[in-house]
Design a protein around this ligand. Structure first.
Ligand SMILES: [Zn+2]
Ligand SMILES: [Zn+2]
Length: 250
């Protein structure tokens, strides 16, 4: 599997860090995990258009994790070049109702006519999508929030926390993962409820026993070299601080 960070930022607009989004590629398939604002242009930098995304997974419906779905859906209706393949979107319970209301709010200007959007609600379960095994767990952020673990045919695994606070579920989801991607919102002395800090990220990685830890989702005060130092005191494995367009082969 190949992971490309599309956005390593947050709700704060930043020219260097777009909002949360990741591209996971395996066996010719392209999956988006979160779709925050700015990520649609990051895809274009990689030569990937709205035709070439096979499936979208959303960890939750906060704007910094899903807002580029709106221009994406609108673009797919471009009469000279409409998308024609169905688009599955996988998210936690309640997303289907939210999605319907979002489509209504746009007076159905986003509703596709040349293909279908298929909403799949994943609770706490394991299913196979396009050859990848996907396990989801509830994480400590909002009700809809789910973390995702993707496992390929060779047993390699990558785990996405989405936004979360420390919780046993994310430790379990990240158990022995080849790559664990955790949000790292604020420094420890500015800890915000329902989000992680460098120390907590290191603790989760150590308890999970993951191979490589990728930290992402940095608010501006958490964007500096001390993040690595603090995390390193907790976790002895490989640590990467994400930048936009960082690539990790799993
Ligand atoms: Zn967020
Ligand atoms: Zn959030």
């Amino acid at each position: 599997m190949k992971l490309t960070v599309l956005g390593s930022g947050t709700a704060v607009p930043d020219l260097k860090r777009n909002s949360a989004g990741y591209l996971l590629e395996e066996n010719g398939k392209r999956f988006l995990i979160d779709f925050g604002y700015g990520t649609i242009h990051q895809l274009l930098r990689l030569g990937i258009t709205y035709h070439a995304i096979d499936r979208i997974f959303l960890t939750h419906n906060h704007p910094d994790h899903m807002c580029d779905l709106i221009p994406f859906l609108f673009a797919t209706k471009y009469p000279l070049d409409p998308r024609t393949r169905n688009l599955p979107i996988v998210a936690g319970p309640g997303f289907g109702d939210y999605f319907d209301r979002m489509m209504q709010a746009f007076n159905h200007w986003l509703t596709p006519e040349s293909y279908q959007v298929e909403i799949v609600e994943l609770d706490v379960e394991t299913r196979t999508f396009d050859g990848l095994t996907v396990t989801s767990c509830k994480v400590a952020h909002i009700d809809m929030s789910r973390g995702f673990r993707f496992t390929d045919g060779q047993g390699k695994s990558v785990v996405f926390s989405g936004d979360t606070d420390y919780c046993p579920e994310i430790v379990e989801l990240g158990r022995d993962a080849d790559l664990l991607i955790l949000e790292c919102s604020t420094p420890d002395d500015m800890k915000v409820e329902k989000h992680l800090t460098p120390k907590l990220c290191g603790q989760i990685a150590r308890e999970a026993g993951c191979r490589t830890l990728l930290l992402s989702h940095f608010y501006p005060p958490c964007d500096g070299p001390s993040v690595m130092d603090v995390c390193r005191r907790e976790f002895a494995g490989n640590i990467i601080l994400a930048d936009d367009l960082t690539v990790v082969d799993i």
